[in-house]
Design a protein around this ligand. Structure first.
Ligand SMILES: [Zn+2]
Length: 133
C-alpha cells in the first residue's frame, strides 16, 4: 500500500461526479476513506497491468465488437476475435475458452464495454444501423 507522507505527495485529479459518487459509496460500505480507497485501487491496477504484461505483453485490445473483443496478437501476427458464447469467452483462433486470448479478455477492463455483456449499447462505435430510412 502506498503511504502518503505529506501534501507534496498529493496531486488532485478531476473525476466525474457520477464515478466519484459510486466509488465513494463502495469505499464507505467497506469502511474506507474514498481517497485511500481510490489510491489503493489505482495502485492495484498498475500492479495488475505489470503482471499481465509479463505473460501477455504480446496482446492488446484492437477493437470492441457487439459481442466480443478483437485482440492484436503480435506473436501470432494476427487479429484474434474473442466473443461471448453461453456466458463464456470463446477464442476463434484457438477454438478455446481458456487460452491466453480468452484469459486476457477476462482480465481487461474492456470486457465491461462489450455491449451484449452488459445488455446495453454504449458509445458511438456501436450505434445501431438506422432502420428508419
Ligand atoms: Zn486463443
Amino acid at each position: 500500500m502506498t503511504s502518503i507522507k505529506g501534501k507534496k505527495d498529493l496531486v488532485s485529479a478531476h473525476i466525474f461526479r457520477e464515478i466519484y459518487d459510486k466509488y465513494k459509496e463502495k469505499a464507505e460500505s467497506e469502511r474506507y476513506d474514498v481517497k485511500e480507497y481510490l489510491n489503493n485501487l489505482l495502485e492495484a491496477w498498475l500492479k495488475k497491468e505489470e503482471f499481465i504484461k509479463t505473460f501477455a505483453g504480446h496482446l492488446s485490445v484492437d477493437s470492441l465488437q457487439v459481442n466480443g473483443i478483437t485482440l492484436k496478437d503480435t506473436k501470432e501476427k494476427k487479429l484474434v476475435d474473442v466473443y461471448l458464447s453461453d456466458h463464456k469467452l470463446q477464442c476463434e483462433l484457438c477454438n478455446s475458452t481458456d487460452c491466453i486470448h480468452a484469459i486476457y479478455v477476462w482480465a481487461s477492463p474492456e470486457i465491461g464495454r462489450i455491449p451484449h455483456a452488459t445488455g446495453k449499447i454504449e458509445g458511438a462505435a456501436f450505434s445501431e444501423p438506422d432502420q428508419s430510412t
